[in-house]
Design a protein. Sequence first.
Length: 293
Amino acid sequence: MAADLAGLQQSGRRQADAARIHPSALVAEGALLGHGVKIGPWCSVGADVSLGDGVRLLSHVVVDGVTEIGAGSTLYPFCTVGMAPQDLKYRGEPTRCIVGARATIRENVTIHRGTAGGGGVTRIGDDCLIMANAHVAHDCRLGDRVIIVNNVVMGGHVEIGDDARIMGSAALHQFVRIGRAAMVGGVCGVESDVIPYGSVLGNRARLVGLHWIWLRRSGVAAPDLQRLRRAFRLLYPLATSGTAVFEQRLAEVRAEFGDEPRVAEILAFIDAPSQRGLVRAAAAGVAEESDGV
């Protein structure tokens, strides 16, 4: 009797761990489904897809291509992940799409797999929130805890650092870099790189300050904030990248504040190779505060 009870308990655990697939869903042979996966009505999962433990596809979700969805992620109706890129150079190469753990991907989001010429992978970090109708193009790389608000669109090869916030209906040009914890304002066209902790606004993005609200909420100590503020005031308003004035200001910031970790991060971002250059400061000067999520 004890053996029978143990067997029933083990069977119950296996049943609880097994994927739950709605009868109307199409799951191709070869797809890898983790424990506790739930696939709702009218979803489609391709043969080369891997769904981690506890992934939920609510309904009408399409996951295709060589795609990995991390454990605990939830995909809402009518989003598509891992489809072929919108790139005329793409010839069906076996590129990939990787979504990290605990991602929330809302309605009508599109995330395309990479291209052979762009590194071959589109990657979304852990704990990201991508809101309705947003588009993540081929070869984009998003860090952890990134928030993408409704209707954001991005070209290929965009890089977004950890904890960045991209507000509603912003448009990011291909090859743009968004630094860690930066904020892009709503309905903002971003054609150039945004420094870490930077905040940009405007029809054509201009730097209006640092993301002070996020820095405070993240527990950055007051003396560190003061040093960061002084370094920022010295460096901006930003002259055209490469000019003698800007190079002089960079040298002064390195000498006085280069040992402050966040300033060093900004300087390293400025020094890194870029295809788009750096976003400029707003013409009317730099705002002291920048709100954010």
